[in-house]
Design a protein around this ligand. Structure first.
Ligand SMILES: O=P(O)(O)OC[C@H]1O[C@H](O)[C@H](O)[C@@H](O)[C@@H]1O
Length: 548
């Protein structure tokens, strides 16, 4: 079944939300807390090792009622049914969207064109496991008989960001293998990595769903050329493996069919880390940890599938995001992980969220008359507190933020952990309450300031507060809890796409730049000439004169 095609602004719920917004837009959350001692409990979802407090939002019971009504009116339940059961919900590419099948148990049955895909998923998983074990325990060797020490993941976009983020996040669980990620077509990227490599002990994993991506093929070629400066052609077979749907293209590149880990068209690139695209994850942290990551994601899938919307973490987070995006006109959202391990998390989410929901044509083919995808950004706390938090606290823009923290630290340093967590808790409290004139004045009373100095400083020291945050408090950063967290955002993306009546699983917007780049490339060697605007022409000539 196709996804419903309801313009959300035509629903009763939308009108209710619009009227309600007028009533609530100036309400301070401080008052909402003061008036309801149970507010935090009412707006908290405790599920497995997740404690999700969304009480510090500019919402009342009425807001949630209308948001939930919106979910019903846009037929979210039906859409979810289609998402999980393999309907062709990526209509513009004519594909199913089945990353959830990749983490489903063996006993599940998921049909694509009438065929159950689970046996094939589990066959490839078994290959990943065997290969991982052989590399990790040193059974597989390089061309001079030495065990592998380094893995180079060559890929970009979904074939890079997911694996790179997970390997970084699970650094604590890493084995002895050193992993590198080469993505940018900028030759300085690959050359910096080459500087650290020993060809005898390096395994190259070329990851590309299509195996036509310019960046990945250029990097793979450069690395193979470098490798062949040290080894002969036969050695390529034991040092290069590929992950792709495009078996023919991989073979053309020169990788043995036996060294290809397949993936499928029904897995979108930005949702593919659960497939063989996660091979580098498995190599870096071991297959068992990779499996736990998938199991965690599956637990979140079940939670999403079976929980009533008012207690459903991805649904609630998606609805809140719609509330700010479409009614408060908030343009961006921050994601702040209070863990250094989450350094690449926001970057990873940028592709997931912005490539999915950065659309302006609805599922009827019409231009939308409301805002869609939010901008997403963030850096770990506490670093970000010393960088951009000023703007969240006192700037003119409303920036709802997700705060992600872990009760336990992995290395168990309680002194550091207490300091980290005190900041984690303090920031959302500060964003909620702000600081009033009275509070500033009473603070200044203890300082040696004249009355004139006090009144001059006063406005600068006041914090409005009333800045919305969600707190995602998780017991511990483990492969399973990370799997849950990633799947939570994947489902949030889905819910928002359903509400905004857009296709979340295509990405036509990335094509134009690619096409133009390949034309311009031909102009550098003078083989073709195209018409350009004056600006591009000048820039092109500037480059042509200066290039080596
Ligand atoms: O895995 P590949 O086929 O090489 O694609 C890599 C990436 O490139 C494209 O431009 C898309 O925008 C991404 O969604 C994709 O993840």
């Amino acid at each position: 079944m196709a996804l419903p095609t309801i313009n959300p602004t035509t629903t009763e719920a939308w009108k209710n939300l619009q009227n309600h917004f007028e009533d609530i837009k100036n309400t301070h959350m401080k008052d909402l807390f003061a008036n309801d001692p149970d507010r935090a409990d009412k707006n908290t979802i405790i599920w497995e090792d997740f404690y999700v407090d969304f009480s510090k939002n500019r919402i009342t019971e009425e807001t949630m009622k209308y948001l939930l009504q919106l979910a019903d009116e846009v037929k979210l339940k039906d859409a979810m049914q289609g998402y999980f059961s393999g309907d062709v919900i990526n209509e513009t590419e004519g594909r199913e969207v089945l990353h959830t099948a990749l983490r489903a148990p063996k006993s599940a049955k998921v049909l694509v064109d009438g065929e159950d895909v689970m046996p094939e998923i589990y066959r490839v998983k078994a290959e990943i496991e065997t290969f991982t074990n052989k590399v990790v325990n040193g059974e597989l060797k390089g061309f001079t008989g030495k065990a592998f020490t380094d893995i180079v993941n060559i890929g970009i976009g979904g074939s890079d960001l997911g694996p790179a983020m997970v390997v970084e996040s699970l650094q604590y669980y890493k084995n002895h293998l050193t992993t590198h990620f080469v993505s940018n077509v900028d030759g300085d990227h690959v050359n910096e990595v080459i500087k650290t490599l020993d060809p005898e002990t390096t395994l190259f994993v070329v990851v590309s769903k299509t195996f036509t991506t310019q960046e990945t093929l250029s990097n793979a070629n450069t690395l193979r050329t470098w490798f062949l400066e040290h080894a002969n052609q036969e050695a390529v077979a034991s040092h290069f493996v590929a992950v792709s749907t495009n078996i023919e293209k991989v073979k053309e590149f020169g990788i043995d069919e036996a060294n290809i880990f397949p993936m499928w068209n029904w897995v979108g690139g930005r949702f593919s880390l659960w497939s063989a695209v996660g091979l580098t994850i498995s190599l870096a942290v071991g297959y068992k940890n990779f499996e736990s990551l998938l199991e965690g994601a599956h637990d979140m899938d079940e939670h999403f599938k079976t929980t009533d919307f008012d207690k459903n973490i991805p649904v609630v987070l998606a609805l809140l995001s719609v509330w700010y995006n479409n009614f408060f006109n908030a343009e961006s959202e921050a994601v702040i992980g209070y863990s250094q391990y989450l350094t690449q998390f926001a970057t990873y989410l940028q592709q997931g969220i912005m490539e999915s929901n950065g659309k302006s044509i609805d599922r009827n083919g019409d231009r939308v008359n409301y805002q869609t995808g939010t901008l997403i950004w963030g850096e770990p706390g506490t670093n970000s507190q010393h960088a951009f938090f000023q703007l969240i606290h006192q700037g003119t823009k409303l920036i709802p933020a997700d705060f992600i923290g872990y009760v336990e630290s992995l290395h168990g340093n309680s002194d550091h952990q207490d300091k980290l967590m005190s900041n984690f808790l303090a920031q959302t409290e500060a964003l909620l309450n702000g600081k009033t004139e009275e509070e500033v004045l009473s603070e200044m009373a203890t300082q040696n300031l004249s009355e004139a100095e006090k009144s001059k400083l006063l406005p600068f020291k006041v914090f409005e507060g009333n800045k919305p945050t969600n707190t995602l408090f998780i017991k511990k950063l483990t492969p399973a809890s990370l799997g849950k967290l990633i799947a939570m955002y994947e489902h949030k993306i889905f819910v928002q796409g359903v509400i905004w009546n857009i296709f979340s699983y295509d990405q036509w917007g990335v094509e134009l730049g690619k096409q133009l780049a390949s034309k311009i490339l031909k102009e550098f060697d003078g083989s073709e000439n195209y018409e350009h605007d004056n600006s591009t022409l000048n820039l092109l000539n500037f480059y042509k004169k200066g290039r080596q």
